[in-house]
Design a protein around this ligand. Sequence first.
Ligand code: SAH
Ligand code: F3S
Length: 481
Amino acid sequence: MEKIIDENKQGEALILKAKKGNERKLFIESYGCQMNFSDSEIVASILTKEGFNTTNLLEEADLVLVNTCSIRDKAEQTIRKRLEKYNAVKKINPSMKVGVLGCMAERLKSKFLDEEKIVDLVVGPDAYKDLPNLIKEVDEGRDAVNVILSKDETYGDISPVRLGGYGVTAFVSITRGCDNMCTFCVVPFTRGRERSRDPQSILKEVNELHEKGYKEVTLLGQNVDSYLWYGGGLKKDFKNASDIQKATSVNFAQLLSMVAEEQPKMRLRFSTSNPQDMTEDVLHAMAKYPNICNYIHLPVQSGSSRILDLMNRQHTREEYMQLIDRIWEIIPDCAISQDIITGFPTETEEDHQDTMSLMDYVKYSFGFMFVYSERPGTLAARKIEDDIPMEVKKRRLTEIVDLQQKHSAYRTKEFLGKTVEVLIEKESKKSDQHWSGRTQQNTVAVFPKEHYKPGDFVLVKINDCTSATLIGEAEGISENN
Ligand code: SAH
Ligand code: F3S
């Protein structure tokens, strides 16, 4: 889910309205995936009750929290650099305390306290409810660590405070953890076993967002298609499949339908889908409810069946292509985006060409592409030598990025001359005379402001485009408002 975080730039302090009487100042920033941003909203909610208000001035903070990402080595290096910066500020403000949250906290645990002297607090993704106790420890001069992973924590009972999204769009987490064990991925180790959140608490959160004027929610999970609620806890606690059936279970397609029906005027998105777990029921729900956006982020990682097998992706190139065909049979105008890794161990030129030809087949609307980064403790790190030289990984990355740009431009041009519904999110970065919003397909569209305002669904005639942005003119308000 490490993507499309345009509403809160990586590492920008997250700010919310000050609560009267709260005197301590919290500086909280997030790196990495959407789930981290969503988790920071939960953390801010917990700490507001503990007497903290947020600040965007590092220098005046009593407590600095950084929500970290371990997905690639580079992500961890970025955090280390941030810690150096905090260290410099601590010299001016010695009473400032520093806490590390998220995946790096979980991966490095108390080792963090030895490696980074500046850190006072280390808290893993399932331990945020313990923050009030941990902060007390730190106040009394002791280092504090809680990296216990849970089998049932979903934070379903905490109402996150909203730190981003301009009051128009919001994330709602529906699962935590991942059981898929892709061989390259650190997430199952840092975020633990997969758990699904009670559908009633999800509906309650969506309804609250609606009351506050939000117009779009994105249901979040590492692997949303495996969402399954049957009373809580891990799936393995049920002895067999029929036990799960017997319980009044809710799967992802059912959850999507419930949310879509509950708030028919709100747009609904979800991320991330895993090809092996996506069922046709989900596609039918998307086709049935007009408020479920016709857009699927469907990471493929590689177009070579041999590499997919080494990655433990549980599907072949052909099965992925069949799924793409079904998506377009059921939802003809569905946009699809990808994640791809180049230079996975043993990847040959032929495997790389397979990835490029698969891209040509799908012509993805967007993509998030990375060079393979070996992560300590993963199966790939333990079993397969990281044998592709960096210059080869990078050259292959450049080739797929260039190809994706061509495909993105092709997909963007498909909108020319059409009228599409755009949900206004904010002022365009390039012009204060224009609004910026997104189509159902998640393409950014800009158009002259006229009398419209953020949160309006507007019908926009597309006259022009760049490779990633649609440019148009409003034709009127959509009946969806
Ligand atoms: N299922 C998750 C995936 C999280 S990681 C989700 O919700 O999106 C996001 C992407 O990072 C993956 O799809 C993969 O393309 C990339 N990635 C993960 N581990 C990686 C690694 N070790 N090296 C390079 N890229 C990696
Ligand atoms: Fe990672 Fe694969 Fe899960 S990419 S988050 S192990 S679906």
